[in-house]
Ligand binder design. Structure first.
Ligand code: FES
Length: 226
């Protein structure tokens, strides 16, 4: 096969020295050489930083600002005197304080109780009442146990999906509601039952459901029904 003329050869075949820009070719070597050195910032790096736009319109993150404040977690651990036999209670209180179990808080619990992080995660994932992801301000639990299922719990769940646009395990974009499905809320005589946070709402109808959601959306807490 005919070779291309030498001017069309790949740049990587050129002698290494020829690929160095002329301005840099004779610059002194060594990271800290300053004499006659050539900078890519003609007016200095500080000047360039001052005039350049912030990264994607946001200031550079400081790192520290994004660190989670674990004061509440520390206080809870102190209340239980760092006693590892209270692990479940500690996790319950941490969840109540942060509305879920953030990973940094779980690490802090493991460190201060001097137990393996895996052990903390085992407990946190064993109980369905623990949430490892951020939940909405209000937690809606719809029962789908036998009694509630037979009395139309499915319709309640579908109506919530229609109204809020979320399905089981999801949170509304405004972080107002999270929907969960549970096996039994222990109030079968009031089926179909749902709870919002710690309030029970029994003998639910679609109309009662709409009213309940509306009241919570407006920032009020309606009286429990049933
Ligand atoms: S089945 Fe729904 S509360 Fe028991």
């Amino acid at each position: 096969m005919e070779r291309p003329p030498s001017s069309a050869t790949c740049a990587s075949n050129e002698p290494k020295q020829d690929r160095i820009p002329p301005a840099l070719r004779d610059a002194p070597r060594g990271r800290y050489s300053s004499e006659n050195s050539t900078s890519i910032f003609p007016n200095g790096a500080a000047e360039w930083r001052k005039n350049s736009p912030p990264l994607r319109g946001k200031p550079f993150p400081s790192g520290r600002r994004h660190r989670m404040d674990l004061t509440k977690a520390d206080e809870i651990i102190d209340e239980y005197q760092q006693d590892r036999s209270w692990l479940v209670m500690i996790l319950q209180d941490v969840q109540e304080a942060y509305n879920y179990l953030p990973a940094p808080a779980l690490r802090r619990v493991a460190d201060r109780l001097e137990i393996a992080l895996g052990q903390v995660y085992n407990v946190a994932t064993f109980y369905s009442s623990f949430a490892l992801e951020q939940r909405g301000k209000h937690l809606i639990r719809v029962c789908d146990g036998t009694a509630c299922h037979l009395r139309g719990a499915v319709n309640l769940r579908e109506e919530i999906t229609r109204q809020l646009g979320i399905t089981e395990g999801q949170t509304t974009p405004d972080k107002m509601f999270t929907l969960e499905e549970v096996a039994c809320l222990g109030a079968c005589a009031l089926a179909p039952v749902m709870t919002v946070d710690s309030e029970y709402h029994g003998q639910m109808t679609l109309e009662k459901l709409r009213q309940t959601l509306e009241v919570y959306s407006q920032g009020e807490v309606p009286a429990a029904t049933g």
